[in-house]
Ligand binder design. Structure first.
Ligand code: HEM
Ligand code: HEM
Length: 347
């Protein structure tokens, strides 16, 4: 904790070059995106497991505070992606290292060039929504608190449990013996490469996801009755009460060349982004928390949350298959029955 305070004060005090700010921004943007990701995957899984809760969560996404957060999130992802690409590229090209400062400037410029049109289009969606569908402006603080409180409580509970497990582990001598360095460092070398390779693979996936959810359509379209969800072929979303849930269904049930295209896309996104983000979180924990018991507790909490996020996210994507397939089958048999009754088909 002291090292975290020291890092913040020294980052502000030290008159370093652009590289120092690039490092700080990369860390803050990566951390912010992981926090969002935990909430986002759990929220999205509710579309399968607790539809009413998903409706409430998306309702909170539409409040002005979340809209500000949405802009900040897009800025974080764009900066982190471009800067991550720079890090990965320069790590494999040591002969370019003298040009680090220029590359850091280019990343800032690239971020600006992408964000200006993106924010322009996103603002258009926000303005449309307030003009067409909102009668009175409401800050929606209650909804925001209701949507975020379970995550705050969950964080405290998970860290509390992890502290107990960590205290228990400190009583087992075998777990506290010095680590074999070779094994540890091989793992770290692998993770170092994984962060670079996964980062580069994430770029098209996460940019595509953000383009679909923020540019091609707006976040508010998730709850628009009569709207055809982005890149789907199952018709408009006509569900009045569970519009948001149906939006996810229509996306996950869309097939292209016999493949549930958005399920495959989301599973890839889920695995890559979660493994990358949580390994980044482990670096941050190790850099700032040096107390052995607390460090182990936070790593246990982070590892447990990562497994939970992957399980919940993947099950949500996979589990909705039988339910919707069953629905489609019963709808098809109802249509055949009706055709027979009206004499179009003969039994
Ligand atoms: C969009 C493409 C992305 C690229 C190209 C990328 C690239 C990178 C790179 C190269 C690193 C440095 C790894 C190291 O120091 O060994 C890193 C760190 C990190 N990334 Fe990403 N990343 C991307 C997306 C994401 C996303 C979506 C998240 C969140 C879910 C995330 C979270 C983090 C975190 C928390 C760190 C650790 C930061 C630190 O140690 O200061 N990244 N990323
Ligand atoms: C406010 C911005 C965002 C919105 C409105 C949004 C919206 C959605 C929606 C509607 C889904 C449901 C499936 C689908 O339609 O494909 C989804 C799934 C998903 N999104 Fe996003 N997304 C946002 C940002 C992000 C970001 C930045 C990431 C990565 C860091 C991300 C990662 C995912 C993942 C992994 C899934 C699958 C979730 C699961 O398996 O439960 N999303 N998103």
């Amino acid at each position: 904790m002291t090292s975290l305070v020291l890092t913040i004060t020294e980052t502000l005090r030290y008159r370093g070059k652009l590289g120092q700010w690039a490092w700080a921004l990369h860390r803050v943007s990566g951390f912010g995106t992981v926090v969002f990701l935990i909430m986002h995957v759990i929220d999205t899984s509710w579309a399968t497991f607790y539809p009413e809760l998903y409706v409430k969560a998306v309702d909170a996404y539409k409040t002005p505070l979340f809209t500000v957060g949405e802009f900040a999130l897009v800025a974080c992802v764009v900066y982190h992606a471009l800067n991550g690409f720079r890090i990965a590229l320069f790590d494999y090209r040591p002969q370019w290292w003298r040009r680090q400062e220029d590359a850091a400037k280019l990343v800032l410029l690239g971020t600006l060039v992408l964000l200006v049109p993106a924010f322009f289009i996103m603002t258009g969606h926000v303005v449309n929504y307030y003009n067409e569908r909102v009668s009175a402006f409401d800050l929606g603080l209650e909804k925001v608190v209701e949507a975020t409180a379970p995550f705050a409580v969950g964080t405290v509970v998970v860290i509390g449990l992890a502290l107990i497990v960590s205290a228990g582990a400190s009583l087992i001598p075998a777990l506290n013996a010095p680590k074999k360095r070779l094994k540890g460092s091989k793992m770290e070398t692998f993770m170092w490469s994984f962060m670079r390779i996964s980062g580069i693979l994430i770029i098209p996936l996460v940019f595509g996801h953000l383009a679909m959810m923020h540019l091609i359509q707006g976040v508010f379209d998730i709850t628009r009755v009569g709207h055809v969800p982005v890149f789907t072929n199952l018709g408009p979303n006509m569900n009045e009460t569970l519009t948001a849930v149906n939006f996810v269904r229509l996306r996950w049930d869309t097939m292209l060349a016999g493949v549930y295209i958005w399920r495959v896309y989301d599973i890839l996104l889920l695995f890559l982004v979660t493994l990358h983000g949580f390994n980044g979180l482990r670096y941050i924990i190790n850099d700032y928390i040096h107390n052995r018991l607390v460090n182990r507790a936070l790593r246990i909490a982070s590892f447990g949350t990562m497994i939970g996020v992957i399980l919940v996210g993947a099950l949500a994507i996979l589990q909705s298959v039988p339910a919707t397939t069953a629905e489609m089958l019963s709808e098809a048999s109802r249509a055949i029955e009706m055709s027979i009754n009206s004499g179009i088909l003969v039994r």
